[in-house]
Design a protein around this ligand. Structure first.
Ligand code: ADP
Length: 429
């Protein structure tokens, strides 16, 4: 009976294609499906899959196949107990983002918004580079994905209401803007079978409101005319990213307090009205970020279905951010080869180091252990200093810059020796 049927967890397989592939995506999907069933009993999540290049049709079309992380409780579930969702996509490599500029007569660089095609090669890898605690990325992605599917089912908006507005807020440099882009990219991959085209439109709130205040009203109008045009195509999906949304709503607060011209009020009202109109479109998602949620107009916060606080990274996330930076430098030959312990390995080391003070120095793995413990100690210091993700991603550069004059790092093409990991760690400290 249906009640006895086992719950199957969805496993998302992402198949990235090479440029200029002429084979039908559907055909490729079927080949991938049979490759998965013939090559794996279990599939570990997340992982990059291998062996597909032995199949000629895949070797000539595919660039990468990966299994995404999943909320499935098993780390490597048996394939036949999962619901395989295979997403075949070809990222656009158009780097030239189309601009909507402020219009008017002068060639001012006030771009009200930029648009790019999704999925985009530019945002590949961004998702994996962002590290948070508590599966926050996954929960957001699954939640938004689910709600998009729900609205696609044409539920009555009077009974189930969903504005398609997401708000991420928290301290600066915690990756909110990047997370929005990464989410947009992931969603476009997951929805690729549903929509033939997806786009990301980024609204630059600052330039929309800082200058030419009296022009802003017209600008909002033009912007939304463009947005409406984009969502009028039923077959295309649009993500609108409104960065630093507080600068937009501060305009209204200022207007109320009488410090700004009443134009500000009109502009913000126009924007909110336009957002409300989008509510009835199922092929649009609005994502916004803010560094100060208190400063956002309550009328905007009320419209958001998901209000998610993004905090500074905890010690565990700091470890992983530094670990991934270090691994990248080892990978590129800037730091000499070393296997950097994973977070769990390092934590185990920490526990056992506390229990037995006698460590064997003859152990060949001693060096790696020391690196793990040192990184953990660094993570503790960084956490105490409340460093943001942005500051942490910058730190390795500063650490190495101190040694650049020693000749350990040389220009591309030059004979590179690389530095020992200990040197890097010292620089980091
Ligand atoms: P915000 O919008 O919150 O100010 P950004 O999205 O501009 O932050 O983040 C800037 C950069 O900082 C990101 O591109 C990323 O390299 C790094 N970063 C921030 N938070 C994290 C994180 N949690 N994990 C990994 N990198 C991060």
């Amino acid at each position: 009976s249906p009640a006895e049927e086992k719950v199957k967890w969805a496993v998302h397989i992402e198949v990235r294609l090479q440029q200029r592939v002429t084979m039908r995506f559907d055909t490729i999907r079927k080949i991938v499906e049979s490759y998965l069933h013939s090559s794996f009993d279990r599939i570990s999540l997340p992982s990059v899959l291998e062996g597909w290049d032995e199949i000629p049709e895949l070797a000539s079309t595919v660039e990468k196949i990966s299994a995404s992380e999943s909320s499935c409780p098993q780390r490597s579930p048996p394939l036949d107990e999962t619901l395989l969702e295979i997403h075949v996509y070809q990222p656009s490599d158009s780097e030239s983002f189309e601009d909507f500029n402020a219009g008017g007569d002068d060639a001012d660089d006030t771009n009200a918004a930029t648009v790019c095609d999704l999925p985009n090669r530019h945002w590949e890898g961004l998702w994996d580079s962002l590290i948070y605690a508590d599966d926050i990325k996954m929960r957001l992605l699954d939640y938004i994905h689910a709600t998009l599917l729900l609205s696609d089912a044409e539920v009555d908006l009077n009974l189930i209401s969903w504005n398609r507005v997401v708000l991420l807020h928290g301290p600066p440099g915690t990756g909110k803007t990047s997370l929005c882009r990464a989410l947009a990219q992931k969603l476009s991959i997951r929805l690729s079978h549903r929509y033939s085209q997806a786009r990301l439109l980024e609204i630059n709130s600052h330039s929309l409101f800082s200058k030419w205040f009296s022009e802003s009203g017209k600008l909002v109008q033009r912007l939304f005319n463009n947005i409406t045009e984009l969502v009028d195509e039923d077959d295309s999906f649009l993500v609108v990213l409104i960065d630093e949304v507080e600068s937009l709503t501060a305009a209204r607060a200022g207007a109320m307090a009488g410090t700004e011209p009443s134009d500000g009020l009109r502009v913000v009202n126009a924007l909110l009205t336009q957002l409300d109109k989008l509510k009835h479109r199922k092929n649009v998602l609005i994502m916004s970020t803010s560094n100060l949620v208190q400063a956002i107009d309550s009328a905007f916060v009320d419209r958001a279905d998901i209000v998610q606080y993004i905090d500074l990274p905890p010690r565990e996330a700091v470890y992983d951010i530094m670990r991934t930076s270090l691994c990248e430098m080892v990978d590129k030959g800037i730091v000499l080869p070393i296997a950097v312990p994973t977070l769990n390995e390092a934590k185990m080391l920490e526990l056992s180091a506390g229990a037995s003070t006698a460590v064997s120095h003859t152990d060949p793995r001693q060096r790696e252990k020391t690196v793990g413990l040192k990184l953990l100690a660094l993570a503790t210091i960084c956490k105490q200093q409340n460093l943001s993700g942005r500051a942490l991603r910058r730190l390795p550069v500063l650490a190495l810059a101190r040694y650049i004059s020693t000749g350990s790092i040389s220009a591309p093409g030059g004979k590179r020796r690389g530095v020992a990991v200990e040197v890097w760690l010292e620089g980091m400290e």
